[in-house]
Design a protein around this ligand. Sequence first.
Ligand SMILES: Nc1ncnc2c1ncn2[C@@H]1O[C@H](COP(=O)(O)OP(=O)(O)OP(=O)(O)O)[C@@H](O)[C@H]1O
Ligand SMILES: [Mg+2]
Length: 336
Amino acid sequence: MLDKLDDNEQTESFINKNKRPQRFFERHFKHARAANAEFLKGQDDSSRSFNYTYKPARFEEWWLLESIGDFYEHKLISDVLRRLKGGKEASVYLCRGTESTDALVTAKVYRPRSLRNLKNDGIYRTGRIDLGEDGKKLFKEADVNAIIKRTAYGEELRHASWIAYEFNTLEILHAAGADVPKPYGMEKNAILMEYIGDADLAAPTLNAVTLDRDEARILFDRVICNLDLLLTSNRIHADLSAYNILYWDGDITLIDFPQVVDPEANPSAWVIFLRDVTRVCQYFCSQGVKCDARKLAADLWISHGHKVVQEVHPSHLDAEKKEDRRLWEKQKSVAK
Ligand SMILES: Nc1ncnc2c1ncn2[C@@H]1O[C@H](COP(=O)(O)OP(=O)(O)OP(=O)(O)O)[C@@H](O)[C@H]1O
Ligand SMILES: [Mg+2]
């Protein structure tokens, strides 16, 4: 349903990609706006009573209300204060909580499926059982087949499963004592979790922080403890780097889990795990910590009863990412 909405980020990229005369865009937007207006007319109006401080852009408004209106209805949030970040996959909002949550909470709202710049998720999904909107395993044959056949309905289910994996993982890891935000709720397109930061400033990601060597060592050990805990919980983060670790008040918090991988069920598990450890080591090496990523990864991996199989395959690396290019160069030099 959300796929029918136009949105301004998409509009911008549309303009950049299409060097056409102004008249053409005016016509395109006129049609898009008319289609949106038509679409909104038919929608249930209940969540519209939710008045919040944040002023969303025109085409973001419906999507936001549709995604987090239920958090408001269920008394988990009382206001949306501002947008913290608009990412490729999701936008993250700072919300005022209620007595059931915290004073401030974070809503991660996934972009509508058709507007998302989905990572090639096949490698992460291998070996995992899809989850439904309720977070439970999908068992109906028709649903499972729809996902395999990639019908429109199947794609909706796949989108919901991706989000459910993030929430479900936060629940499991938080209960296990890992350094992750406390999860508060999940709706079909959004998750609500603990906010890391204060009223003025959200916690920065670790890549933007310079640590002194002693603190770096302490935090590095902490991240490794978390990796160990993840393996104990049968999870590999699968997109871990200093970009997905928050730093606040001398502590770290791991975030961004939709792509988690099962170390036993995914045939690429070891290479994905090695990539996570390598990216973490790259950051901490730059902060003065001496570490051998491969040895560390192998020790952790073997201590959990798994077998080391092969190096990171180039198809698992992202040529756009500096750290992945460095890793590839390093692998090649080790192989010589
Ligand atoms: N619980 C939180 N507390 C404070 N800030 C958060 C929280 N969760 C996410 N953020 C902020 O939102 C950003 C995006 O979150 P996340 O990495 O989960 O989404 P994403 O769509 O994968 O984004 P990206 O494509 O940038 O990785 C984070 O880098 C961080 O700045
Ligand atoms: Mg991220």
